[in-house]
Design a protein around this ligand. Structure first.
Ligand code: HEC
Ligand code: HEC
Length: 320
């Protein structure tokens, strides 16, 4: 848990991050050997159990043949492309967030059984021993990612261009600020706890929050994390200006480095949110706050001859 609360306060255009966060992890070292999913990590019998569960709990959305339907396909490169890496990620994703309309009810064993079935359909060979259901064991097994999907083929020559619609401050205030605050608030609020009912009386109507009651607390944390990660490329949109009219320094190596930090923090937050554990999300808030403040220290909160007409020295923003 964080020892203090990260909060992003911009009352004076200043980041106040009380973030003396001490991560105290106890790493349980497992004597198990690192393997890949291609080395027979489940049994036929286990996959058969998983198949029955899949048919009952998953097929309605992901399709009888796992080819997808109203939800993504769970086979082939589609799956390994998104979930290549420690098999624990995939098992946790299923156990914590699936079935999407009735999540949190699968046991670790059931989740592992379903993954055994996914591996079988994905043509990974069966072996002598069952896929274990414990986190440490699953971390030792890697789901191999497919040969990287070339971004070049996606970026077709005829792709439309998307010039900026607003300045950098607007992107910060519209996307990064609300998204990161929502995640920071997980330090104090359990996203699984019931929220106060939506107020629609004249006194209680909050047009700014309208619609906020549609998604569950954990879903909101997921979406805020995705918003942060996805906002990173917006830092590099050519032609954007800062509020002071200076061009965003998209070519500057430091700027690019801080943008990468932001993307990494967003992805880490999403991964943390997927655990559906409040303390895991609390721990990741430090990384988010740091990614914001690294860039702000260099490009935003500039010291200098503050004048009464420009007390925050905004004229010096976006230049090194
Ligand atoms: C009510 C529909 C629904 C049901 C039932 C459902 N899912 Fe999903 N599933 C989704 C949706 C929508 C997504 C995409 C959003 C997300 O990743 O959370 C998804 C995503 C996934 C993903 C990530 C796929 C990817 O490419 O990133 C996995 C794995 C998954 N589901 C497994 C399961 C399993 C296993 C079950 C059964 C225990 C199940 N789902 C049941 C709707 C459903
Ligand atoms: C790559 C650099 C960079 C990163 C990363 C970054 N910012 Fe910013 N941010 C800036 C700059 C530069 C400005 C000033 C923008 C302007 O003046 O147009 C700014 C301005 C802001 C403002 C507006 C302040 C005001 O004066 O009203 C907020 C709010 C903000 N950032 C929040 C965040 C949060 C939250 C994060 C992290 C999740 C973040 N920023 C990450 C560079 C960055």
């Amino acid at each position: 848990m964080s020892s203090s609360v990260n909060r992003y306060c911009c009352a004076l255009g200043v980041a106040l991050c009380g973030c003396a966060c001490v991560g105290s992890f106890v790493v349980a070292l497992h004597a198990q050997q690192a393997r890949t999913a291609a080395q027979g990590v489940y049994t036929e019998a286990q996959a058969t159990r998983g198949q029955a569960l899949y048919k009952d709990r998953c097929a309605a959305c992901h399709g009888a043949t796992l080819a997808g339907g109203q939800a993504p396909p769970l086979t082939g490169d589609e799956l390994t492309g998104n979930w290549g890496g420690p098999l624990s990620d995939l098992v946790n994703k299923i156990q914590n967030t699936m079935p999407a309309n009735d999540s949190g009810k699968l046991t670790p064993q059931q989740s592992a059984d379903i993954v055994a079935y996914l591996l079988q359909v994905g043509k990974f060979p069966a072996g002598q021993a069952e896929l274990v259901a414990d986190e440490a064991g699953l971390k030792q097994i890697t789901l191999p990612a497919p040969p990287s999907r070339q971004p070049a083929t996606v970026a077709a020559a005829r792709a439309p261009s998307f010039p900026p619609a607003g300045n950098l401050a607007a992107v910060m205030r519209g996307i990064l600020f609300p998204a990161s605050n929502l995640i920071f608030n997980v330090q104090r609020q359990d996203p699984a706890a019931p929220r106060p009912p939506y107020q629609s009386s004249a006194a209680g109507f909050s047009w700014a929050d309208w619609g906020a009651g549609i998604y569950t607390g954990w879903e909101l944390v997921d979406y805020a994390a995705v918003a942060l990660a996805e906002s990173a490329p917006l830092m590099l949109t050519p032609g954007r200006r800062c509020e002071n009219g200076k061009p965003v320094p998209v070519q500057d190596p430091d700027w690019i480095k801080f943008t990468v930090e932001l993307a990494e923090a967003g992805k880490a937050a999403y991964k943390a949110s997927q655990t559906r554990k409040q303390d895991v999300v609390s721990d990741v808030t430090d990384q988010i706050a740091t990614s914001c403040s690294h860039c702000h220290e260099a490009y935003r909160d500039k010291r200098g001859p503050r004048t009464t007409t420009d007390p925050a020295n905004k004229a010096a923003r976006c230049v090194r």
